[in-house]
Ligand binder design. Structure first.
Ligand SMILES: Cc1cc2nc3c(=O)[nH]c(=O)nc-3n(C[C@H](O)[C@H](O)[C@H](O)COP(=O)(O)OP(=O)(O)OC[C@H]3O[C@@H](n4cnc5c(N)ncnc54)[C@H](O)[C@@H]3O)c2cc1C
Length: 356
């Protein structure tokens, strides 16, 4: 139960920190609240073998994300370019046919996806750790510094989960602010945690998997934007040599989504796909909706109103070390460079393990 380093949170940042520490021979334990690893990374399987679709992050940009580019290559994962070839649709008014732009839309820099979904990254990193180092279904609710300077991590009902010389909190800062610390953390630091939005935590993604890519046959790319909704931005989510699919980001607020309910939201999303891409869209092989605002391991009520634009992330240097340097923050929101993104999660993990 005693360890040199307990890592709280098994998202990309926490798993990467654990893999780095293990590689260096540092005894560590990864404690994850959910029943699965990955955190905001969540891929669902399609019917055809090896096909996985992302309900969390799907894209990375190797030209500007050196850590991710290097890690994907080191882990031997296969990447492919986001499908954008074909016309783009814009839906402006409910009673008007969508406008079609034949020239399409190319993203620069190019957006890449991973074969096997982003989950492939999580699985490959987790396979580098001995299974006994990873504990899922383990929510940490409090951290107390004992008289001999060890940190005691406890869960609901005060169950002692681990004793650690160091703790890395690989969590969104807002979730850190919900944990109990003894002695308490400095109030300005707790305020910063509360005021730091968790990137994409108020969003929801809807994904429809199809038997055929009927939109491609009609010269469409699968990319659409809409002022009608319920999805505001739609993209092709097909897996090459796998199954065709479309996904969209919901444009409705978290509160409106909750009021409508999952069944009505899915129905409205399918109706929208049919308006845009044709009646074949009404018959998906499977339909998935993941509302991140409803996931307490990611989102708080404060995240229901997404920030305007991308916040400036990173821990203000004025705070100094926490708990004499034994409590270390990771998680993408603590990365000054590419905070919010997957690259930021790796950046934060690298910074956290520097101290070992
Ligand atoms: C819909 C969506 C789309 C996105 N798209 C992209 C994209 O295309 N490209 C990109 O770069 N980024 C994207 N992002 C952002 C990306 O997902 C994050 O940057 C990254 O996954 C954050 O990783 P993390 O490890 O820092 O945090 P998290 O993934 O949030 O990990 C934190 C972990 O801590 C666990 N946890 C929480 N509380 C406790 C507790 N008390 N005790 C123990 N464990 C706890 C959680 O279950 C979770 O596993 C997207 C995010 C979402 C939601």
């Amino acid at each position: 139960m005693r360890t040199a380093c307990a890592i709280v949170g098994g998202g990309l940042s926490g798993i990467y920190a654990a893999a780095l520490l293990h590689h260096r021979g540092v005894d560590c334990r990864l404690l994850e609240a959910r029943e699965r690893l990955g955190g905001r990374i969540a891929s669902v399987s399609g019917a055809s073998p090896g096909t996985r679709f992302d309900l969390g992050p799907a894209w990375f940009w190797p030209d500007m994300q050196p850590r991710l580019r290097q890690l994907v290559s080191e882990l031997g994962l296969a990447a492919f370019e986001q499908q954008t070839a074909g016309a783009v649709l814009v839906e402006r008014f409910k009673l008007e046919a969508p406008q079609r732009y034949e020239r399409g839309f190319n993203t620069e820099p190019r957006s890449m996806r991973l074969r096997g979904g982003m989950q492939a990254l999580v699985d490959a990193l987790a396979s580098r750790l001995p299974p006994e180092r990873i504990r899922c279904n383990t929510q940490v609710t409090a951290i107390r510094e004992t008289q001999d300077g060890v940190l005691e991590l406890t869960g609901p009902a005060g169950r002692i989960l681990a004793l650690a010389e160091h703790v890395i909190l690989a969590l969104p800062p807002r979730l850190v602010s919900q944990m109990a610390f003894a002695p308490p953390l400095p109030e300005p630091f707790v305020q910063w945690c509360r005021n730091t939005p968790t990137w994409m935590a108020g969003q929801a993604k809807c994904l429809a998997v199809y038997a055929t890519p009927f939109w491609i046959a009609n010269g469409l790319s699968g990319t659409a934007s809409s002022f009608v909704g319920p999805m505001m931005e739609i993209h092709d989510a097909s897996v090459p040599q796998g199954q065709p699919a479309l996904f969209g980001f919901m444009g409705l607020s978290a509160a409106a989504r909750q009021a409508l309910g999952e069944a009505a939201l899915k129905e409205a999303a399918l109706a929208q796909l049919a308006r845009l891409f044709g009646p074949e869209a009404l018959s998906p092989e499977s339909l998935h909706l993941l509302d991140w605002a409803q996931q307490p391991e990611t989102s708080t009520q404060a995240d229901w109103e997404p920030p305007m634009g991308h916040p400036a992330y990173g821990i203000p240097s004025s705070f100094g070390p926490l708990c004499s340097g034994r409590l270390i923050l990771a998680g993408t929101e603590t990365a000054a460079g590419q905070g919010g993104y997957l690259e930021g999660a790796l950046e934060a993990a690298e910074a956290a393990v520097l101290r070992f």
